[in-house]
Design a protein around this ligand. Structure first.
Ligand SMILES: *Cc1c(COP(=O)(O)O)cnc(C)c1O
Length: 364
């Protein structure tokens, strides 16, 4: 049996430091917005080369609070990838704005900078590139279009902890980056958690207020805020795991290299890595013309796979009101019909990768 992702083994590798982190929080007598959150914010900001990090409850709220802190709301349009996890779109809807999908580059699967200008209207306020599957989107041309049209850039980094763009870690290229520490992400908590990184001190300050009832000083509320704080406990657990992120990403890269080499002559479309990107392989996504049957056969052979994602956001019932008909975003629709994510993770072995390769040689 080769599971898609063995979360239990990942966390058991850090059992000692996780237990120590729990004891620290237990004995501190302080459970919300204390030392652990402050320290994790500093450590994570340093890790991704950003001036500030603000811990929040989860990745979706990291995205929606960041949009809110940028002043985006009702009547505004925000450009989002047609090919992403629906949370990117939901954040736009949650602030009352309208998601406007733009198709991905058909090779990198990330937002295509050449298609963005055509989607900009007088209402467009922001661009939301997603570093999908752990690979940075082509940020320089996206930032250039944004500057030209006076748009904010909010990156969705939920799948890309440690990913590099032109040698520099994602974290402060655009105006802000939203992060998720959902357990299955490259840096995962033992529950829900999220953060925003930015070099904009005023934006960070607004986010600190928004996550905490719109208050910077206890019982004084400057805006209508939320309760969306990163827990002390999750912050402590994340601090215990942060030192393992680099080696975990390195193992993922090793597995990815093995797959790319071993699957070269198998009838699958393999991931392509543009020269500007050093991915962290949150997912290793292949395409196959008969994806569902391939997934079934792999399951019979004891190999776990997942589809990221089976239905694109514009065809979900939740977005029926946008009236985007099937066939109107053909690149995203083709991707959703063919993609399959192979097992990959920080505790997976090369022997397991070889077994996946052998099975695909037989079954694909
Ligand atoms: C996981 C994910 C999110 C949402 O994060 P949560 O912490 O689960 O709310 C947003 N965007 C992308 C691309 C994701 O993969």
């Amino acid at each position: 049996m080769i599971p898609f992702l063995d979360l239990k083994s990942i966390n058991l590798e850090s059992a000692e430091s996780l237990t120590a982190a729990f004891q620290r929080v237990l004995n501190s007598g302080w459970y919300v917005l204390g030392e652990e959150v402050t320290r994790f914010e500093q450590e994570y900001a340093n890790w991704c080369g950003a001036g500030h990090a603000v811990g929040v409850a989860n990745g979706l709220e990291a995205l929606s609070l960041a949009l809110r802190a940028m002043g985006i709301g009702a009547g505004d349009e925000v450009i989002v990838p047609s090919n992403t996890y629906i949370a990117t779109w939901l954040a736009v809807s949650h602030v009352g704005a309208t998601p406007v999908p733009v198709e991905p580059d058909p090779h990198s699967y990330n937002l295509d900078p050449n298609r963005v200008a055509a989607a900009i209207t007088s209402r467009t306020r922001a661009l939301m590139p997603v570093h999908l599957y752990g690979q940075a989107a082509d940020l320089d041309p996206l930032l250039a279009v944004a500057r030209q049209h006076g748009l904010k850039v909010l990156e969705d980094g939920a799948q890309a902890h440690g990913a590099r763009y032109k040698g520099r870690r994602v974290g402060a290229h655009g105006d802000a980056v939203a992060w998720s520490f959902y357990p299955g992400k490259n840096l995962g908590a033992l529950g829900d958690a999220g953060a925003i990184t930015t070099n904009d001190a005023a934006l960070a300050q607004r986010l600190r207020s928004l996550r905490n009832y719109g208050s910077s000083l206890k019982y004084h509320n400057e805006v209508i805020g939320f309760n969306s704080r990163l827990d002390e406990l999750q912050a402590a657990l994340l601090r215990a795991k942060l030192p393992t992120l680099e080696s975990g990403n390195a193992r993922r890269a090793e597995i990815a290299r093995r797959y790319l080499d071993g699957l070269r002559d198998v009838p699958l479309v393999l991931p392509q890595v543009p020269a500007f990107a050093e991915p962290v392989w949150h997912l290793f996504v292949v395409r196959h013309h008969d994806r569902d049957q391939l997934a079934r056969r792999l399951a019979e052979a004891g190999i776990g796979t997942v589809i990221h994602y089976p239905v694109p956001p514009h065809l979900q019932p939740a977005y029926a009101s946008l009236g985007i008909t099937p066939g109107s975003l053909p690149i995203a629709e083709a991707l959703h019909a063919e993609v399959l994510s192979l097992p990959i993770g920080p505790t997976m072995t090369i022997e397991q990768a070889d077994a996946v390769i052998a099975a695909l040689r037989r079954l694909a």
